[in-house]
Design a protein around this ligand. Sequence first.
Ligand SMILES: Nc1ncnc2c1ncn2[C@@H]1O[C@H](COP(=O)(O)OP(=O)(O)OP(=O)(O)O)[C@@H](O)[C@H]1O
Ligand SMILES: [Mg+2]
Length: 408
Amino acid sequence: MLYGYNLGSQGLVHWDRFALDNHNSVILGRSGAGKSYLAKLELLRSLYRGIEIHVIDPEDEYARLTQAVGGTYVHLGAEQVRLNPFDLPLHTRPDGRRTAPRDAVIRRALFLHTVIGVLLGSTLTPTERAVLDRAITATYQRAGITTDPRTWTRPAPLLADLAAVLEQSKNRTAQDLATRLDPYVRGAFSGLFDGPTTSRPEGHLVAFSLRDLADELKPIGTLLTLDAVWRRVSNPALRRPGLVVVDEAWLLMQEPAGAEFLFRMAKSFRKRWAGLTVATQDSADVLGSDLGKAIVANAATQILLRQAPQAIDEITSTFNLSDGERQFLLSADRGQGLLSTGTQRVAFEAIASPTEHRLVTTDPAELAAMAESSAVAEGEEPYLDLDHAEATGSFADHHSDQIDLDIA
Ligand SMILES: Nc1ncnc2c1ncn2[C@@H]1O[C@H](COP(=O)(O)OP(=O)(O)OP(=O)(O)O)[C@@H](O)[C@H]1O
Ligand SMILES: [Mg+2]
C-alpha cells in the first residue's frame, strides 16, 4: 500500500499492515492535519485489493467517496434507520442458514451493559449491574428468548421492553435506572431505539454517517455501529480481509465503556483478518486514559500528523520522539507526518492522484468549484444523497445544514 513520498530519501513509502499479525493503525493529528484524507486514500487503495471496508463517519465526509465506488451509505439517526442493540449475534451463511456463537445470549447481556453505561454516561455500580442483569434476562424471556438456541431467531426485544421491566420492578435501583433511560425510550432520543433493526448492510464498502444524530447520541451511535460491523467481521463465513475505519474516535472514547469496547474489538480483530483504523484529533483525551494509551500502543501502525502545541508533550513522551521529530510534527504541512511501525519510523507526505484527490478532498473551495463545473455539465446540483433525501423527505444538500423548505 502506497502511503506517500519519503521526505528523507525522495523514495516512496509503502507499507502493508496486513503483512503484520496486528493490522490496526492509529492516525493522530490536530484538526485539519489530513487524518481523514489519509484514511480515505488508504480506504480507496484497499478496495483495489478486495478488502471489505466499513466506515464510521461522524460527519458526511465519506459520502461522495462511497457513492463514487458503489458502496452503501447508511444515515443512522435519520427517520426509520435503526440498529437494535438487543439483536442476538446471528450469522447468515452463504447457503442462507443462520448460526450463532454458543454463548450468544450471555455475550449480548454483556454488550447491553456497555450500551446502558454509554447511554447513562456513567460506570454502573455493582448493585446497578446486578439489577440490570436480571432485568435483561427477564426482558429476553418476555420476548420468548431463553438460553435455548431454538428460541434465538425470534424477534429481539427493544430498549422500551427493558425499561418496562425495570419500571415494573419493586426495586428502587431498577426504577431509578428506568427513569434515567426515559429520554431514550419516550423522550427526545427515542427515535434511534423504537423499533427493530432496519438495515444489515453488506458489501465491499459500507459507510455509516452519524451526522443526523444529536450530539448526545453520537457516542451510542458509534457503539451500535461498531457492534453491527463486528457482527459482520466476526462472521465465520466471511473469507476476506476487512478494514474498519473509525474517524473521530474520541467521540466513543470519551465514554469509558466506549473506550473499553473499542479496545476489546481492536484486540480481537487480528483473529478475524481485520484491521482497525482509529483516527482522532483529541490526542490529549485519548492518551490521557489507560485504555486510550493501550489502543494506541497496541496498534502496529502509528501515524502522527501535525500536532497542536498543547498536545506535543504527551505525544513526545508516548512515542519517544527526538527533538527533531518533535519540531517536525509541530510544523509539518498538511498531509505530512511520521509513519511509525514499532522499530521503524519514517517521515512521509501523503500523495494522491488527481482522481483520488477529487474523491477525498473536503476543501470547501474545491468542492464548490467541482459542484459548479459538474452542475454546468449535468444541469443540476451534484452529489445529492438520494437515500438521505428519501428518508427525510427533503432534498438537503449534505454539505449544508439548511433544509430547502420549498421542496420539503
Ligand atoms: N495530503 C493532502 N494533499 C492535499 N490536500 C490535503 C491533504 N491532506 C489533507 N488535505 C486537505 O486538507 C483539509 C483537511 O484535511 P482533513 O479533513 O483530512 O483533516 P483532519 O485531520 O481529518 O481534520 P479534522 O480533525 O478536523 O477532521 C481538507 O480540505 C483536505 O482535502
Ligand atoms: Mg477528519
